[in-house]
Design a protein around this ligand. Structure first.
Ligand code: NAP
Length: 485
């Protein structure tokens, strides 16, 4: 067997091909800090090839009956499920997340994305409007052409499939760019798409860096629809490129999500839910509740019990079944986490748990990027650590005295992605949910997803909504036909 690392290829026009420039980047396994495969370092020339393929495929695919498109997407979902173990392992090695999480959450949800949009396109309705005996209007919703889909590293297959599925279900063709840090599941998806009979050119995947590939996708004049998920700074660049070209753009960006625990909440449920919303995927979920606010009568007890539970989370090799906390995705991200923990101490915070790099969990993971669950108290709400997205296993806990005060805290941020509220008072739940400026408010739960509901952020957490009807509308162009009567 060769010792050469496995080379991932671009997927263009149904073929696995080398990048035009012949260059590759090392794909590092976060748990070991060592390269385990290579990913194409593509550029605008590869994007150009993908555009030609997507353009050629668009005519036939956009005219393919919805029932036939649906059958292919359902087959893709079935094949992802058949290969669940292979996908989950690839996801865990690529991202550093526990294999158990990839197996139980990311990969099943990716299959659900394909299944959901495969069936949604069979049940759409077209509006008709009769204009006072003068005319009859009906709305055609037509595929828009080539969609550019750019996704981050934290939930690589789940987020990419959340874009690919609605884009191609609606009859568009697509060029997708996964994060170059986590390319493996996108590569496996291409194999599955081929086996499922997806026609050549309908989905093209071009691997590489944001500045080389992502920027070429957003700037390409023939890619009129851009769906982007990633950080707010990158999202701004995408918006700046797309605005003068009047592209249709959806931006799903960062967050600094409040997690509010009232004293009347079921404290056991609030602690268990907050543990997940703080540290799932090592805190690298855009929806994680990194700012925890606890009503003062419950504060002391909450902090004690939460810290106790968090200290029991087992940090370990992501591939081991007992691991709750895996590795941070990259050295850069690990350094960012450490920077914010240092900053928290400079800003007057108390480290109630964690705060320093742990011992490597085993021999294999000697050089891996690990950081333990970290809890910081005593920080002012307005400090940088409480305002900037850290995107790691670091949360702050702050007491509050009343409802208005905590709503103010929750909204005192540039972001507006998601929030959680824990209370047994139904009236309060409705009241607070209405006043918090986030795209999603979970009450007594976290990360419960229904693919039909609108998903997205307010303020600097994004523009536009994904999910269900919103996605079907985003990836189609409404055209009104007005017939005089
Ligand atoms: P990122 O650095 O913004 O990257 C996101 C994607 O954009 C990657 O594929 C990246 O490629 C690409 N990219 C970078 N520069 C680009 C450019 N100039 N033009 C076009 N594309 C470019 O974000 P990340 O660090 O991967 O992900 C973490 C962020 O995503 C966090 O802020 C998190 O909150 C956010 N997020 C949001 C949601 C949501 O639904 N709102 C979901 C998940 C994550 P490279 O990998 O090569 O840089």
């Amino acid at each position: 067997m060769s010792d050469e690392p496995f080379q991932i290829r671009n997927f263009i026009d149904g073929q696995f091909i080398e990048p035009v420039g012949g260059k590759y980047l090392d794909n590092i396994e976060p748990a070991t800090g060592k390269p385990y495969s290579q990913v194409p370092d593509s550029d605008a020339r590869d994007v150009e090839l993908a555009v030609s393929a997507a353009e050629k495929a668009f005519g036939d695919w956009s005219r393919t009956p919805a029932a036939d498109r649906s059958r292919i997407l359902l087959r893709i979902a079935d094949l992802i499920e058949r290969d669940l173990e292979k996908f989950a392992r690839a996801e865990s090695i690529d991202t550093g997340k526990p294999l158990s999480l990839a197996r139980s959450l990311d990969i099943p949800r990716a299959a659900s994305n394909f299944r959901f949009f495969a069936t949604a396109i069979l049940h759409t309705e077209n509006e008709a409007h009769v204009t006072d005996g003068i005319a009859f209007n009906y709305t055609l919703r037509q595929p828009r052409g080539i969609a550019g889909l750019i996704s981050p590293w934290n939930l690589p297959l789940y987020l990419l499939s959340w874009k690919i599925a609605p884009a191609i279900a609606c009859g568009n063709t697509a060029i997708a760019k996964p994060s170059e840090l986590t390319p493996m599941t996108a590569y496996l998806l291409c194999e599955v798409c081929r086996e499922a009979g997806l026609p050549n050119g309908v989905l093209n995947i071009v691997h590489g860096t944001g500045p080389n590939v992502g920027a070429a996708v957003t700037a390409h004049p023939k890619i009129g629809t851009i769906s982007f998920t990633g950080g707010t700074v990158t999202g701004r660049k995408v918006a700046e490129t797309c605005a003068p070209m009047f592209k249709k753009v959806s931006l799903e960006l960062g967050g600094k999500n409040p997690n509010i625990v009232f004293a009347d909440a079921d404290q056991d449920a609030a602690i268990a839910g907050s543990l997940r919303s703080s540290f799932a995927n090592q805190g690298q979920v855009c929806l994680c509740g990194s700012r925890v606010f606890v009503e003062r009568p419950a504060y002391k007890d909450f902090v004690e019990r939460f810290v106790e539970k968090a200290s029991q989370l087992r940090l370990g090799d992501p591939l081991e079944a007992t691991t709750d906390q895996g590795a941070i995705v990259s050295k850069t991200q690990l350094d960012k986490v450490k920077f914010y923990v240092d900053l928290a101490q400079q800003e007057g915070g108390t480290i109630a748990l964690g705060g320093a790099a742990p011992k490597p969990p085993n021999e294999r993971c000697q050089s891996g990027y690990f950081f333990p669950p970290t809890v910081i108290t005593d920080l002012p709400v307005s400090c940088r650590v409480n305002r900037e997205e850290i995107f790691g296993p670091v949360i702050t806990i702050t007491p509050f005295d009343d409802e208005e005060e905590v709503i103010g805290y929750a909204n005192d941020t540039d972001y507006g992605l998601a929030s959680s509220v824990w209370t047994q008072n139904l009236n309060r739940a409705h009241r607070v949910a209405e006043k918090i400026h986030t795209g999603t408010v979970w009450v007594n739960c976290w990360l419960v997803r229904d693919l039909r509901v609108p998903f997205g952020g307010m303020k600097q957490s994004g523009v536009g909504r994904e999910g269900g009807e919103e996605a079907l509308r985003f990836f189609t162009e409404p055209k009104n036909v007005c017939i005089a009567t």
